[in-house]
Design a protein around this ligand. Structure first.
Ligand code: SF4
Length: 451
């Protein structure tokens, strides 16, 4: 435990802004435009982070509030903004996330939208509008992400007849992860709804014309039917009791199964077991083979990894998955840290490490990189595993950083990093081993010799 006196500033936060997470969810829905009720600066900040990670343009509309709206309220701007977005984009859905300013002044966004719809939604052909409350001073991008998911299913899922589909709520994963999950469910022959799905909207093909709304995303019709699914699989070991999956269960009776994020061998095995049970099929050959190759690689690579000590940081659910994976390949996680504060990280880490010999790592929630550096000092760390905001720490201490999660803005292809499933574990494994070998070579006086 840190011995420094308490202070109230944040130095290089290990989290991002709450409506940013909501914007990502809205971008993962077909025909949807994310809309921030707040200042233009908020939208610009979020676009900057998303664009530098995904290398894709993203339009985030804004009600463009200024100083006077802090006094008189932002209702008129919100209504005008909704009209403009409807005219310019012809969206199927507008996802409205609040910001610090509009939460502070107390705009009643639901009431404003009701007034707007009564005024302007006459007849057919108007977009659905889904508001979500995302005050960033009271949460992280992951809380915004989960709140938006919950708002979408609560406001859009309709009472429907039971059907054979499965809902998959994977959490905040990469575009490549989303594609791999869709392939996995296809391989099991399971009809599914993946929410959100920004695998194409934030990692699309080159286009000669800039589409105002990129193709792809979870279809609205599929979201409306989510309540009738035979099961919702919700990934995340630190999710709150109130979640999109819990809302579907409560409002529509949709059975819910919670699993950890499928990072590494054992957490992926758990997902596979669930899919085997649901589909009545064996694990498809290519996934079984990938599992076998992963174990073979573990045998080949263990000599480079055994006894190494790692700090893991980022979103809580990803930290839990990575901690599980590192421990099963012989690396000792010594510090697991997140800017999130679910209150569940410690227990989730202890659960995934149960049965693996060695001391429990230090687990810290609600920390920034000042805290992480302080905690890591003296832990003889060999490796950092986390997003690009840890680069300053890595450079200062001369510790290699394996980049995972979000944001990755100092390397190309963060959206194509694969973390999930056996294939994702293989990619992570190779990256970790090669990073440690490279570090050894760089530190060596003689450099590379054939080993
Ligand atoms: S933290 Fe608040 S003020 Fe800053 S970008 Fe996010 S919503 Fe806007």
């Amino acid at each position: 435990m840190s011995t420094r006196p308490p202070y109230t500033s944040t130095t290089n936060a290990c989290k991002l802004c709450k409506p940013l997470g909501a914007s990502l969810v809205f971008r993962g829905i077909e025909g949807c435009v994310p809309f921030l009720h707040g200042s233009q600066g908020c939208a610009t900040y979020m676009r900057r982070y998303i664009i530098s990670h995904f290398n894709e343009p993203i339009d985030i509309a804004s009600s463009s509030l200024g100083e006077k709206h802090a006094v008189y309220g932002g209702a008129a701007n919100l209504k005008l903004g909704l009209q403009n977005v409807t005219k310019k984009y012809a969206p199927q859905l507008i996802g409205v996330a609040t910001t610090c300013l509009t939460e502070t002044i107390g705009d009643d966004v639901k009431m404003i939208i009701n007034e707007y719809e009564a005024e302007f939604h006459k007849g057919e052909g108007h977009p659905r509008i889904v508001p979500v409350s995302t005050p960033s001073y009271a949460g992280t991008h992951m809380e915004g992400f989960n709140a938006a998911l919950q708002a979408v299913v609560e406001q859009m899922a309709e009472p429907v007849e039971p059907h054979d589909g499965v809902n998959l709520l994977p959490g905040f994963v990469s575009a490549a992860d989303l594609r791999s999950l869709k392939e996995l469910l296809d391989d099991f022959g399971l009809p599914f709804t993946l929410l959100p799905d920004y695998s194409e909207t934030l990692d699309g093909e080159a286009a000669s014309d800039y589409p105002l709304i990129p193709a792809g995303g979870t279809p609205l019709a599929a979201i409306r039917r989510m309540g009738g699914a035979r099961l919702t699989i919700e990934c995340g070991a630190t999710l709150p009791d109130k979640s999109a999956g819990a809302s579907l269960q409560q409002m529509h009776g949709t059975p819910l199964r919670r699993l950890g994020m499928p990072v590494g061998l054992r957490e992926t095995d758990r997902l596979m077991d669930a899919l085997v049970e649901l589909s009545g099929r064996e694990v498809p050959v290519r996934h079984r083979a990938a599992r076998g190759r992963l174990i073979d690689a573990m045998v080949d690579g263990h000599k480079y990894l055994s006894g190494k000590r790692a700090v893991v940081f980022g979103e809580e659910d990803l930290v839990v998955g990575l901690t599980s994976f590192l421990a099963e390949i012989g690396i000792r996680p010594v510090l697991c840290a997140s800017g999130g504060k679910s209150g569940r990280l410690q227990e989730a880490v202890a659960t995934v490490l149960a049965g693996i010999p060695g001391e429990m790592p230090a687990v810290r929630e609600d920390v920034d990189f000042f805290d992480i550096e302080e905690e890591a000092r003296g832990l003889a760390v060999d490796l950092l595993v986390g997003h690009s905001k840890g680069y300053t720490f890595a450079r200062k201490e001369g510790i290699p950083l394996v980049r995972v999660g979000f944001p990755i803005h100092d390397r190309l292809g963060g959206q194509r990093l694969l973390h999930l499933g056996y294939h994702g574990a293989q990619a992570l494994f190779d990256s970790i081993v090669n990073t440690l070998i490279a570090k050894k070579q760089d530190d060596s006086e003689v450099g590379y010799t054939y080993m």
